[in-house]
Every structure is written in C-alpha cells, then in structure tokens.
Design a protein around this ligand. Structure first.
Ligand code: BGC
Length: 711
C-alpha cells in the first residue's frame, strides 16, 4: 500500500482531500480528460497514463480487448506517480450482450421493477467486459417523435419518466454504496442535461427554448429523481437552451444542478460539446471554450474535436481567470466517483467472468419477459388476437418479417445479431404444425398469392434501427413508402390481418389502423423480442403495455402530449382544418385480451391541508374471460391556479393482476410532492383550492372525484 488514500476505511472525502494534496496541477488537469477509444492509440494512451494519469477512456469493443484494458490499469496503478485508476466508459443503453427493448419500449412496460432488472443485467454484463461507467439513463422528456432520440427516452411525462429514471439508476448502480463498489454494478450518467428533447423541429442537436417555469416543472424532475436515486454523473448536452449552450451555462450547470438540486457527482460534457461552442460562436477558440465550460461547472470533457480542458486550463489558472478552487472542486468530484465505484480497490477485469454472465438463460428469460411486457396492443377488432395455434398456413409479410438487426434498435454495440430470431422464425417455432411463408420484399409479385392462400396474415412493418436514435430525425411520421399500400391491399383478401409495427418512435398509424384487424406496437424489442411477440400473437402472454407517449394522428400535430394546458377561447382544443386535434392513441392507452372496468372512485378525506395527504381510490374489475394485468392510472387537475397548469397530470400508477370476474380496490396516496408545482418565484408550493382526480386505464379516464386543499 503506497499511500494513505488507498486505505478504504477512511471516508471518501478524506481520501479525496489526501490525494488532492499530493497532486501536481498537470495531474489534476489529466483527470478532467475523457479520451475516446484508447485502443486506437494504445502506446500513446500508455504514455499519457504514465506521465500524468488519465481521467477516463471511452471504450470501443471492450470485450475484445480485456487484456489490453487490464494492462492500461496496471500501468495506472504501478507506473503512474499516484496510481489513480482510469474510469472506463461506454454507452450501455438498453443492454450489453443481452439486448432489452429500447428505452421507449421499456417505458411502455410502466414497470419500474422491469426497468431496474434490465439495467441491472446490462450493468453486470458490461462490468464483466471492463466497463465502469455507462452513459445512461437518458432522462430527457420527449414530446416530438420526429426527434430520433425519442427512442432512447422514457417518453413525454415528467412523473412516469422520473419514476423510471430512478429505477434505471438503481438497476445500474445498485441501491447502496456497497452495491456500487461491488462487481455487479457500474456508474450511471443521467443525460442529456437539460431540455435536449425540445430541439426545434425535432432536429437533434438543434436549439431549444423552454421557459424557466416549464424547465423546472417538466424537464428538471427526471434529473432530480436520478440524482436522488444516487446517479454519480450527469452529462451536459450539446445544444443551446434559451440562448446559452448548456455546456457553457453557469446558471444550468452550477446554479441549478449543483447548487439548487444538490448534485454532488461530476458533470461530463457530451462528446465534443465543449469544443462545439466554437461552432455555436460563443467561444473564439478551444482555449476559450474550455474556460467557459469549466467555469460554468462542467467537470470532465468528453473530447471530440480537440481537448479544451487539459491543454488550456493551466494558462487560465495562471491568469487568475479560472481558480485553483474550481480545479480542486472538479478533480475532487471525479476522484470521489472513482472511490465510490471501488476502482482504487479493484481496477482490473476478471477476464473469465464475461463467459459466466453474458446472455445466460436467466438474462434471456428476463429479456423475453420484459419485451412481452413492452408490446402494446393498440387495436383488436372482434378479438382477432390471439391467433389459434392450429392455423394451417400463416403468411408473414412486410419488410421486417425476416430482419434481425432491426429488432435490436439503435444504440446497441456489444450484441450478437445471430442470437436474435426473426419474426418469421419465431412464428414458425410457436406454431410447429403450420406452414409459414415469408415474403419481405414489398414488390415481390407472389406476395398477394401467399396472402390469398393463408389462414392469417402477420405484417411486420415499421422502421429499421438506423431510422431512429442520435441524429436520425424524420420530417414525416408516416410509414416508409409502400408499407401502407401493402397493408391496405392485404386487407382486401379478408384474412385476419395482424399488423406488427417495429419502431423507435410513435409513428402515424392513422391509415393502417383502419385496415388492420389487430395492431401491435413492438418498438425495437431486443434480442428476445421476436420470441416475446410470438407469445403474444398466440396467446401465451396477455399484453399489458401502455403508451408512454401520445400517438399522433398526423405529423402536423407534433409536438403532442396529453398534459396540455386548459384552452381559453371557446374552451375547445385549438383546431386544425385538415387534421383531428386529438391523438390517434392517447398516453397511457393499451388493450389486453381481457377487459377492465372501473367504479367507486373516492377521495379520503375530502379536505386536506397543503402538507397532508389524500387517498384517491377506486374499484377495478376484470370483466373479461382471461386473467390479465391492468395498469391503473391516477391523474389530477389543480382547478384554479396562479399560473396556467396542465389540464391533467399523471400522479400515480399501479399494476394490478386480476382473474376473470375479480375486483380489487386500488388506492393512491397523494401529498405535497404530487400536488405541488414550482411557481414563477421558483418555489415549490401547493395552492389551496379544489382538485379533480381521475382513476382509469389511460389519460382519457372518465371516472372523476374532487377534493379540497384548505389553507
Ligand atoms: C451522444 C451521447 C453519448 C456519447 C458517447 C454522443 O454523441 O450524444 O448520448 O453518450 O456520444 O458515445
């Protein structure tokens, strides 16, 4: 043991203090640096570690290079002056080797346990490949499906997104300090702070304008929830918000995040978001970009385009423009995170563990279960689904019928494509006796002959994985050319027509929903997605997923979300002349193979004080013939407020499993957190007056009661 800071019995702040006291300025600056792919310049990386150490590496294909990664850590431990380990980061977004549904699909489960589980499995697999830190969860509120990164989000609603953000952090980091330092959990990074999902025109990286009030009531809560759950790091976004690049905003990074929200971890820039400030024309050059971002509160620079921190901050410190205290603050935050992650105790990868934890039976089982929970049944006329297993001939048609990679979605890096079944293969496996024909070419001329011969048609349409995710925006939410025509013509044959849509965003389904007998929205469901879908198609599993976003009936409706304000003139929705104003499928909506009804809503007590709690309860009954899981949702409206407030806001949800004929009472306790909002004075408060509450199966729930908050 070389020095006192290695003594893990000391509290983290003492170890940080001790280590900071020994560091030279160059060693401190080196900790602020996140270098992309050390393996590309392996010898240079070793040299840099030996010289002054390195803050972090962003790994590409880590699993192929476990020995090399261990060698880098060995050099850091034994050949650098202070033995500070390097943090290995990687984007582990919805699975590592076992791929789960895209985050928007995960959100459709409305199940925090499922999200925690998927993130925990991903963390454990990633850890065994030497990853200490993932750039997840993305907790941006997303209300514009043109934006490709809606796929990586938990959707449009601050309440749902906050609950799921916390669950993701718990899954990634574990719930205790011991979990985080142990061999199964890694560091999380809540991103992209803040307002990144509000990019103008849905174009990724674009400018956003969000009032301070909306920022605090809508965009901030998921970050607060992630921080409360312990998220060790936050990523500052690329874009400019209200006239300032976020990565250069002292108000957003230091004022709001560190001081007001009490964030104690470190802020990492997005890839090149410091350098970007030159393109955004608020920084003259790299040196000034570094100064602005560092003084704003960004602690570590993810370098792309050239290093702005490591090479230049020293000069600014000499000039007294950047303070030594600020340098110590940033380095201290980074070191504290390295200590919390247990890196000083064990920086090495057990090179044999990947084999034991990758794509195990357990992981596959969970991926299948969670994928099945994420697939939304949007339409099921005359109980077209489930399909009987005894069908003789099934035609699986459409461009995604025989695709593997597309089902995995965007942002997957360490999977094996061949582990994923196609839809056609999964259908054939689920119905061993049936003849399954697959026609994935839209232009193949025997397509309609196959449809004519079949007992049922499954059309697999939607988007390839490359059509959503970073930088992949669209100007139209319609299905790609030919897909709507395929479905319209397939419907002419009068065979049961099941349409399955795979996509990274809610698409405009207004045309195909008219022709499909049943419509399933499968998102990009992951490695076991096809198998999960087959379970739903043939009734082994009863669907239970719910829309985490509103499905627009036309592209022109977006941005669209259920929690709009109340309308003034004529009290009617502001209209379009050429499109409905309501969504095609509302937030919270999703069908089951059984039916549920609601009754007996009640608020108890009917009057409360601002700091007291009210219980909203109702009875939910399974009125169908199958067992099923209902996602019971509770919405409120604060009826008279000093600011315009949403007409409805989700404030609770619960999954209830019911047998046919069975009823249960479901209750939601609402208190200050649920009934309050942040006013123009930036103070969170509950305003006395009448509140309405609804309980039901989606955001249009009609069963209503009232209660009073008295001063
Ligand atoms: C993305 C981040 C990602 C980072 C590192 C950036 O382009 O915006 O979400 O974590 O790259 O891969």
């Amino acid at each position: 043991m070389k020095t006192g800071y290695k003594n893990s019995k000391l509290p983290v702040f003492r170890r940080v203090e001790d280590l900071l006291g020994r560091m030279t300025r160059d060693e401190k600056l080196a900790q602020l640096h996140l270098i992309m792919n050390p393996l590309e310049e392996y010898e240079e990386s070793k040299r840099m570690i030996r010289e002054n150490g390195v803050g972090s590496f962003l790994l590409y294909r880590p699993v192929l290079h476990l020995k090399e990664l261990n060698e880098l850590q060995r050099i850091a431990a034994k050949e650098s002056r202070l033995g500070i380990p390097v943090l290995h980061g990687r984007d582990v977004i919805h699975g590592f080797r076992t791929i789960f549904p895209i985050p928007l699909g995960l959100a459709a489960t409305w199940d925090k346990a499922a999200i925690e589980k998927s993130c925990a499995i991903a963390a454990k697999e990633a850890m065994s490949a030497g990853v200490h830190w993932t750039f997840a969860p993305m907790v941006d509120i997303a209300r514009d499906p043109r934006w490709g990164r809606i796929a990586e989000s938990f959707g449009e609603d601050p309440y749902l997104c906050s609950i799921l953000a916390a669950a993701a952090v718990f899954g990634i980091q574990g719930k205790t300090a011991k979990d985080l330092a142990g061999p199964e959990h890694i560091l999380a990074c809540a991103k992209h702070y803040i307002g990144y999902g509000a990019a103008e025109g849905g174009r990724d990286y674009n400018t956003a304008e969000i009032s301070d009030n909306t920022l605090r009531n809508v965009y901030l809560p998921p970050f607060q929830a992630a921080i409360k759950a312990g998220a060790a790091t936050v990523m500052a976004a690329f874009h400019d918000l209200n006239g300032e690049p976020v990565s250069g905003s002292r108000y957003l990074c230091t004022g709001l995040l560190k001081e007001e929200c009490g964030f104690e971890g470190f802020i990492v820039s997005d890839a090149g978001s410091v350098y970007n400030m030159i393109n955004q024309r608020v920084a003259r050059d790299k040196s000034n970009a570094g100064r602005i971002a560092f003084n704003a509160g960004v602690d570590m620079e993810m370098v792309e385009g050239g290093s702005c921190f490591r090479n230049y901050l020293g000069e600014w410190i000499d000039k007294g423009v950047v303070s030594e205290e600020r340098l110590d603050d940033a380095v201290g935050r980074i070191l504290a995170v390295k200590f919390r992650a247990g890196l000083f105790e064990n920086p090495y990868i057990d090179t044999g563990s990947a084999k034991r934890v990758f794509f195990t039976g357990y992981n596959r089982g969970q991926a299948k279960k969670i994928a099945a929970q994420s697939i939304v049944l949007l339409k099921n006329d005359r109980d077209a689904l489930p399909l009987p297993v005894k069908l003789q001939k099934i035609a699986v048609v459409g461009p995604l019928a025989d695709k593997r990679r597309a089902l995995l979605g965007s942002w997957v890096l360490d999977q094996k494509e061949e582990d994923t079944q196609t839809i056609s293969e999964a259908v054939a496996r689920a119905c061993p006796g049936a003849g399954v024909t697959t026609v994935s070419d839209l232009l193949q001329d025997d397509l309609f002959i196959r449809i004519k011969e079949a007992d049922a048609v499954i059309a697999a349409v939607g988007e390839y994985h490359r059509r959503s995710g970073e930088h992949n925006n669209v100007s139209s939410l319609k299905l790609a050319a030919g897909q709507e025509e395929l479905i319209e013509r397939a419907a002419l044959f009068g065979k049961p027509l099941v349409v399955v849509v795979f996509a990274g965003r809610p698409l405009d389904l207004s045309r195909i929903s008219r022709y499909a007998d049943a419509l399933l929205y499968a998102w990009h469901p992951g490695s076991l997605g096809a198998a999960a879908l087959a379970d739903i198609l043939f009734g082994k599993v009863n669907p239970q997923a719910r829309c985490p976003v509103s499905f627009p009936s036309s592209t022109g409706q977006v941005p669209l979300h259920y929690s709009h304000k109340s309308w003034g003139k004529r009290k009617r929705p502001p209209r379009y002349l050429d499109s409905p104003t309501s969504p095609l499928y509302p937030f919270g909506y999703g069908l089951s193979y059984t039916r549920f009804s609601y009754s007996a809503i009640k608020a108890t007590p009917s009057k409360i004080k601002p700091r007291e709690k009210v219980t909203i309860s109702a009875k939910v009954t399974n009125t169908g013939t199958r067992a099923g899981v209902e996602t019971v949702q509770c919405y409120i409206q604060d009826c008279l407020t000093s600011l315009t407030r949403p007409a409805r806001e989700l404030k609770g949800f619960q999954k209830v499993r019911l047998k046919p004929g069975e009823s249960k009472k479901v209750a939601f306790r609402l208190g200050f957190d649920e009934l309050s909002f942040v006013g123009l004075d930036r103070v969170r408060k509950v305003e006395p007056g009448t509140f309405k509450a609804w309980i039901g199966g989606d955001s249009m729930a009609g069963l209503e009661c009232e209660f009073e908050v008295i001063a």
